[in-house]
Design a binder for this molecule. Sequence first.
Ligand code: PLP
Length: 429
Amino acid sequence: MRQTTKSETAFIKSKEVFPGGVNSPVRAFGSVGGTPLFIDHAKGAHIYDVDGNEYVDYVLSWGPMILGHAQEQVLKKVMETAQKGTSFGAPSPLETELATWVKKRVPSIETMRMVNSGTEATMSAIRLARGYTKREKFIKFNGCYHGHSDSFLVNAGSGVATFELEDSPGVPKELIKATLSLDYNDLEAVEEAFKRYPEEIAAVIIEPIAGNMGLIPAEPEFLKGISRLTKEYGALFIFDEVMTGFRCDYDSAQGLYDIDPDLTTLGKVVGGGLPAAVFGGKKKYMDHIAPVGAVYQAGTLSGNPLAMAAGIATLEQLTKKDYEEMNQKVMRLTSGIKESAEKHGLPIQVSARGTMWGFFFNESPVVDFKTSKNSDQHFFGHFHKEMLNQGVYLSPSQFETNFMSTAHSDEDIEKTIQAFNTTFDVLAK
Ligand code: PLP
């Protein structure tokens, strides 16, 4: 039996100093129950808790660790950089070097700004869209998560969905009114909103492959339709690629779908496991950001040298072949999971895009937040706990995605399929 006493003790202590014992809500294991794993260390595709249990890790720090944990080249570059100082509050060539990688891989980004988190990136992108268009409303989609800034906390996914909050107290009503939250994959709803407010909508922001209500890729026609409508009505199209950027595919989601957005946000992989994120896009919009333009945005630690170093070391190692190989691993894993669930007579919907993968305990196809919420969350809680007993660490909520890294081996994949089998056996009893 798996020992968890040290994690339990650590949780009691952390609850004395942090609300719910954590520094980000989903970490509390609220929807799966039990004690969150307190982590001691991680290496490659494996993570180790303070009780000494080892798990194959598919959370990967919620996406960033695409090369696996404590990857040698990333560590080397970060440690070499740290010897030269950890923050200057002044420009350094590392920022330009990372930006050059970003431009190479995401050509729609002509100029950009480095920030510290995905939340800052999306918040700043919306401010820019509002400042540029002089309009206040914007469209987002139910179940998409764009970080925790005020304007986005309306029918949001991720932890907001896990804890069943429709919106958050503390967000001014005026801001909620300015946020039009529509159903994902429903182009007619977008068209209607533009017809109703033809000169009031500053932007449409979307997760092109939604990963915060479980994994739900957008229909290509949906994205193409939004691109057309934003042009027609003079609004900006913002691709929130904080999760999908450098992750779902070598060319990110905009490459996969062949869309040229006005603005893009990046996070997670771009910081290689340290706090870095980006918002950027067409120069004609980005030139409205201070100090060139009047839309204000700033940050003490923005472009932090350690985060830049980790991002550069990550991006310079990733090849197209790596993405193909990760995708093959995802395909092998998800078909093994599907087969195992079907053998046990369990309803399952499996989804995968590139290196992102997920599943819903659901009889019907999942295309939006409503259908995602119909999944059996109670069963998911039991399932998650048993998977931990089997040595596999999955995202602790039905509304989150799992990830693959270059470090996952064939044995890890086999072990994971076997763990699904055993877990379904245990739960079927
Ligand atoms: N946008 C998307 C699509 C995300 O998935 C997330 C976080 O999961 C964010 C924005 C917010 O990023 P951060 O948690 O770095 O603030």
